[in-house]
Design a protein around this ligand. Structure first.
Ligand SMILES: NC(=O)c1ccc[n+]([C@@H]2O[C@H](COP(=O)([O-])OP(=O)(O)OC[C@H]3O[C@@H](n4cnc5c(N)ncnc54)[C@H](OP(=O)(O)O)[C@@H]3O)[C@@H](O)[C@H]2O)c1
Length: 334
């Protein structure tokens, strides 16, 4: 099969190479998926740059643990292991893994575990379905499990125009929240189009100084200090940190225990867990038209490195998707 191999840790444009490799063989607890599409997440940058990305010379001494990156995928099941109960060959599926067994979605086939897969939403193309798993599960778990979002609450999404943010706006609306989206000027119309009740342009206005208070703030791309976020919370409000600048994340994680002793405002940080139950929740929302994937750009498999570079600039408008097979072959399998 064709695959994009991470030949060593480093910058995607330098270390990612298209190669012919043997297709993986599923264990008893896995299915083999013929992939039609994948999508790019910040997580892929970490897998490709390696744990010592901040000291590249040292990082190059380590061998990549994930030879094929790409957490998200969608495709058709080719064969199933002996213990597989929920799927059969020919089923169209979407899902993700945080690259167990060193394999990922930047290839023509992947082995996947049942608990990271669900049937593909019937109204979505493979490319749309591949845009969903990591970003939408992160938004769902951030709002529902860690933010305990409730109908009627005032919810603010900071970083509302990227992969996580565009799903977060729509998922918060599906819970009946009153949603404020924070994004740059050029993305304001899109934020409104996907359901935001209010939109703040972060280039012109700093919401942490507006005097307005929110019951729940989701920091999809958190760029303010944790003290600023807390100031913008209502008395019993919750700040959920998803991602953003490294300095902000370190600050929030280190100060969280101390701040939890002061007042009733809560700070949460979490790592999303891919699971079939949440993929099914998303499938229902997608099929009901309550959420739609926002796709910025689509690249062919041999341009994965360029796709990762583009997303890495930090201003993708929704998701960046990879088409793994020629368009005609994808259409024939819809
Ligand atoms: N905790 C977890 O389990 C988990 C899971 C997935 C992702 N993450 C993290 O979550 C973060 C977001 O992921 P993603 O997939 O949404 O990334 P992404 O798609 O690359 O996010 C890009 C978006 O960030 C926005 N942005 C950039 N600077 C901003 C600023 N100063 N204020 C507000 N928005 C800003 C951009 O909007 P403009 O162009 O409008 O500036 C752009 O649309 C990343 O840090 C990622 O590592 C964490």
């Amino acid at each position: 099969m064709k695959a994009i191999l991470t030949t060593e840790y480093g910058l995607p444009l330098a270390v990612l190479k298209m190669r012919q490799v043997a297709a993986p063989e599923p264990s008893d607890a896995e299915v083999l998926v013929k992939l039609f599409a994948s999508s790019v997440n910040p997580l892929d940058d970490f897998a490709i740059r390696g744990p010592l990305f901040f000291v590249p010379k040292l990082g190059r001494l380590l061998k990549p643990t994930h030879k094929i990156a790409g957490a998200d995928y969608a495709g058709i099941i080719e064969s199933v292991g002996r213990d597989i109960k929920r799927f059969r060959p020919g089923d169209a599926v979407f899902g993700a893994s945080f690259m167990g067994k060193g394999q990922g979605g930047f290839a023509e086939y992947v082995c996947a575990r049942e608990d990271g897969l669900a049937p593909k939403p019937i109204n979505l193309s493979f490319e749309q379905a591949a845009a969903v798993p990591v970003a939408a599960i992160t938004a769902l778990q951030g709002l529902r499990d860690h933010g305990r979002v409730q109908p009627g609450q005032n919810v603010l999404i900071d970083g509302a125009s990227g992969g996580v943010g565009t799903f977060a706006i729509q998922i918060a609306k599906s819970f009946g929240a009153n949603v404020t989206a924070v994004c740059s000027t050029r993305n304001m119309d899109r934020a409104r189009a996907i359901g935001a009740d209010h939109v703040i342009d972060y280039i012109r206005d700093n919401f942490t100084q507006s005097g307005l208070r929110y019951d729940l703030i989701l920091g999809a791309n958190a760029h303010h200090s944790i003290f600023d976020y807390r100031r913008a919370l209502s008395e019993n409000g919750t700040f959920v940190l998803v991602g953003g600048g490294l300095a902000r994340m370190l600050q929030a994680m280190s100060l969280k225990p101390l701040l939890s002793l002061i007042g009733n405002k809560k700070t949460r940080f979490f790592i999303a867990k891919i699971n079939a139950a949440d993929l099914l929740v998303l499938k229902d929302l997608l099929e009901a038209g309550r959420i739609v994937p926002v796709i910025d750009r689509q690249y062919p498999l041999d341009e994965v490195a360029e796709a990762i570079r583009y997303r890495g600039e930090g201003h993708a408008k929704g998701k960046v998707v990879i088409s793994i097979r020629p368009h005609q072959e994808i259409q024939a399998n819809l």
